[in-house]
Write a protein that binds this ligand. Structure first.
Ligand code: SF4
Length: 368
């Protein structure tokens, strides 16, 4: 696959010339800018980093949706995960972004500073290896992510089960993306079209989004290079003009109609879908991936009693609204003042794919 083709400035300029009259016409007929939600943290970063957000800004208002797994993790889950770090003889393993996220009373970094054994890993496989390396300790892997990363977690649970690694467990905060879009639609959002996440779509396929057709909602699956971004917006606007809308797969070099069937089988074997709480949304039906009863021995939520605490979000933090695309980070009074990537108050400023950290890095000129 030649990715450079999707970064070719001449192809981009040629398509932009073609797209502008179409975008202009759509804005004129609506009497406002086109509102598009990108449902993927990587898209949020790509739009800002590539400058495509700026190039389209006269016509398109891009809002970020629930596309950052750390950001959508509810405060109760964060507090539960942080409480794991307080257990004796326990190693807590998790991805880097999770370390800094503030819970109600603490963070994993703060617990580590107090002596907890909290380790950053780059993969689920590293976490199970830790359990093998330290057989006298309990290793709890704090796992967040959408359909993209959940198969890797499922595989290590299967491996731990097969190899009888008894001191390993997973605290799963994995989530499925489609229920969040369904919730946004039911909520009567003001979005003209969804740019669907390419990575998630690799797993669930175009078919995984077909429920959007029932709502007749314009949606395009897109890639992450500048040409992908522009072409996806162009296609979305064309879909908006049709009487019957289909979910368009504009990332066929990676996304198949049925998705990755092997990954889907692994997910179905290890996880069950449960109603779980999302930041900003509340409880969404069948939106969480919890370990199936056959793997309960590896489920940290079954193995350990979690500390009961009253979780609360930081006063003034608008992450819940930012995740639903109802507010921009620039609307938050704490943005770039009390809340910065060095001292984040909410998860959207922590994660490298969080909307607030992306806006802090690329979009805050004259606002700080
Ligand atoms: S700027 Fe900080 S406090 Fe405000 S919404 Fe974003 S993460 Fe929350």
């Amino acid at each position: 696959m030649n990715v450079e083709r999707y970064r070719d400035p001449s192809l981009f300029t040629g398509l932009l010339e073609k797209a502008i009259p179409v975008l202009e016409h759509a804005c004129e007929s609506m009497g406002r800018k086109i509102r598009i939600m990108e449902v993927c943290g990587t898209h949020t970063v790509s739009f800002s980093k590539s400058g495509v957000r700026q190039v389209l800004s006269d016509f398109v208002e891009l809002t970020s949706g629930p596309g950052c797994p750390v950001c959508v993790t509810d405060q109760t889950d964060l507090d539960g995960m942080i409480s794991m770090g307080k257990k004796q003889e326990t190693i807590v393993a998790t991805y880097g972004d999770m370390m800094k996220v503030p819970g109600t009373h603490s963070s994993l970094y703060a617990e580590r500073a107090k002596g907890a054994d909290v380790r950053m890993v780059h993969s689920a496989a590293q976490a199970v290896q830790l359990a093998k390396d330290y057989p006298s300790k309990e290793v709890v892997f704090l796992s967040v992510g959408f359909e993209t990363t959940a198969p890797a977690t499922a595989l290590v649970v299967m491996q731990a089960s097969k190899e009888k690694v008894k001191n390993f467990s997973v605290y799963s905060a994995h989530k499925c993306t489609p229920p969040a879009l369904e919730a946004l639609i039911q909520d009567g959002h003001q979005i003209d079209g969804f740019l669907l996440p390419g990575h998630v779509s690799v797993i669930i396929g175009r078919k995984g989004w077909s429920f959007l057709e029932k709502h007749d909602h314009p949606a395009v699956i897109g890639g992450f290079e500048p040409l992908d971004l522009l072409a996806s917006i162009y296609l979305l606007v064309q879909e908006m003009g049709k009487s019957r809308r289909q979910v368009v797969n504009h990332y066929p070099r990676m996304v198949k109609e049925e998705g990755n069937l092997r990954a889907q089988r692994v997910l179905a074997q290890v996880f069950t879908t449960e109603d779980v709480r999302w930041r900003g949304f509340g409880v969404l039906p069948e939106s969480g991936l919890e370990l199936a009863p056959a793997y309960a021995a590896f489920d940290a939520k079954c193995r350990y009693s979690l500390e009961e605490s009253k979780s609360r979000v930081i006063q003034g933090c608008r992450c819940g609204e930012v995740i639903k695309g109802k507010e921009s980070p620039l609307d938050c009074l704490l943005f770039a003042k009390a809340c910065t990537p060095e001292k984040p108050l909410g998860p959207c400023m922590v994660s490298s794919e969080g909307t607030c950290s992306t806006y802090y890095l690329f979009e805050r000129e004259g606002r700080a």
